[in-house]
Design a protein around this ligand. Structure first.
Ligand SMILES: [Zn+2]
Length: 351
């Protein structure tokens, strides 16, 4: 059964530090003792404030309420300052939301802000995820502005408690291409692990699907919905007609692309570009194409690689390699079908 837990304590206690009595209700296994002893201690009296802790010469610690409602002896062990075990908390959050964890690094110049990983829903789309332990709206808003400048792409901000996600915080996030949400209602700590409510996993995927649509839509380019973790070897291109290829990837449904979709058709002459015939010749050679004069085709090959990288959103990895030993271009993806064209014949047709 889901039990709401006081994650808001993370942002309530100054610097997320406090004695055990401050952390009441917070999962004890997620707290770590420091070497410090507190100089103030919660007064259990009417005032609701704090007592000053005075150390006597005999080693005794006495709490004295500034409002005068209490004065009592305190155990040394109760005065030990505890901090949250952020490594465990952020790892749990990352696992709960399907975030690829990088190091849990506090972001330079932004106190109480940690980048806990990236959400990678498809191919090269990576959205940073930041955990913030801050409750004050003005500070959250300022941090969001700074994060937007830093990331230059959409990002997620996780906050412990819902009251911190005010309308104005949401507005600032929207203006900065970010989405903020609180996790207090969706995660709990039980059986020594952070557990998540069923619907939580869809939160990031729904939001990022909208972002991806927006990014792809604004580029005006056709893209393949490449699943996350795809490598070129997973992709199969098959020529099914003179100007049509069918693409499949990791058992995902087939999708058809025309020369135009791959930006391999000349807009003026309406004929396929050399890049397209290069790809056809590559298919005819089953992805291993001998080339006698590399200088003649190098530029075309670069264009093919760039187009494929854009369509499949795998920009950091060239899909076609040159083998000096075999004097051949080798495709890292599978490419087949098409007419039995040689590269020189193909080039004649488009000349
Ligand atoms: Zn008091």
């Amino acid at each position: 059964m889901f039990q709401k837990q006081p994650w808001h304590k993370l942002s309530q206690l100054l610097g997320a530090r406090g004695v055990k009595a401050d952390w009441t209700g917070f999962p004890e296994n997620l707290l770590k003792p420091t070497n410090e002893l507190a100089e103030t201690f919660p007064c259990a009296g009417r005032c609701g404030g704090y007592m000053d802790v005075i150390k006597h010469n005999d080693g005794q610690h006495i709490g004295v309420c500034a409002s005068g409602c209490d004065k009592r002896s305190l155990q040394k062990k109760d005065l030990i300052v505890h901090v949250p075990d952020f490594t465990t908390i952020f790892s749990g959050l990352a696992a709960a939301f399907g975030i690829n964890g990088v190091a849990h690094t506090e972001i330079d110049g932004l106190p109480a802000c940690w980048q806990i990983g990236e959400y990678n829903p498809a191919a090269s789309y990576r959205f940073p995820v930041v955990a913030m332990i801050e409750a004050q709206a003005s500070r959250i808003e300022r941090a969001i502005g700074q994060l937007a400048t830093k990331f230059k792409k959409p990002f997620f901000v996780l906050l412990p408690s819902a009251p911190a996600v005010t309308q104005s915080v949401q507005d600032v996030a929207l203006r900065n291409g970010a989405k903020v949400f609180a996790y207090e209602d969706i995660i709990e700590f039980t059986n020594d692990a952070i557990q998540v409510r069923g619907n939580a996993a869809s939160i990031l995927s729904d939001l990022s699907a909208a972002w991806i649509k927006n990014i792809d839509g604004s580029s005006g380019e056709t893209r393949y919905p490449t699943p996350a973790g795809t490598v070129w070897g997973d992709i199969i291109l098959e020529f099914t007609a003179d100007e049509m290829i069918t693409v499949s990837c990791k058992g995902q449904g087939h999708k058809q692309f025309s020369a135009e979709d791959l930006q391999m058709r000349d807009k003026r002459t309406k004929k396929p570009k050399q890049a397209w015939t290069f790809l056809q010749a590559m298919a005819a050679a089953n992805g291993n194409m001998s080339v006698s004069d590399i200088d003649k085709v190098k530029k075309t090959k670069q264009e093919v690689s760039a187009n494929l990288q854009r369509v499949f959103q795998l920009p950091d990895d060239d899909p076609i390699e040159w083998s000096g030993e075999d004097t051949a271009y080798k495709a890292k993806f599978i490419v087949r079908g098409g007419e039995k064209l040689t590269l020189s014949n193909a080039r004649k047709r488009t000349a």
